[in-house]
Every structure is written in C-alpha cells, then in structure tokens.
Design a protein around this ligand. Structure first.
Ligand SMILES: [Zn+2]
Length: 54
C-alpha cells in the first residue's frame, strides 16, 4: 500500500485523505513524495473497505 505510511501522520485520526486540512497523505502527494496514482488507488481501497463495513 503506502510504503512510508508510518511517516504520514495526518492531523485527524479519522482523516479520509480527501479534503481534510493538514492531511499528510495529500501533502506528500503534492510534494511528489507519493505518486498520485498510488494515492488514488489507496483512496479507492479505503472506499472499498468502508463500503464492505456497512
Ligand atoms: Zn489524511
């Protein structure tokens, strides 16, 4: 998934990494530390997990 996820500490524990301010994942993507492709696949994976939980 995210190889350096340990270093991606978002401001909110329940961060969805979408529009949250202070999101470390989005910031990493903007700085080129995380590829947008990887970010999008990670987000869609989160969405899948949330859907299956319901
Ligand atoms: Zn985040």
């Amino acid at each position: 998934m995210l190889p350096n996820r340990r270093h991606l500490q978002c401001r909110f524990a329940n961060c969805k990494h979408r529009d949250e301010p202070g999101c470390a994942v989005r910031r990493a993507a903007e700085q080129g530390k995380l590829s947008l492709r990887r970010l999008h696949s990670y987000l869609s994976l989160l969405e899948t997990l949330e859907t299956e939980r319901r």
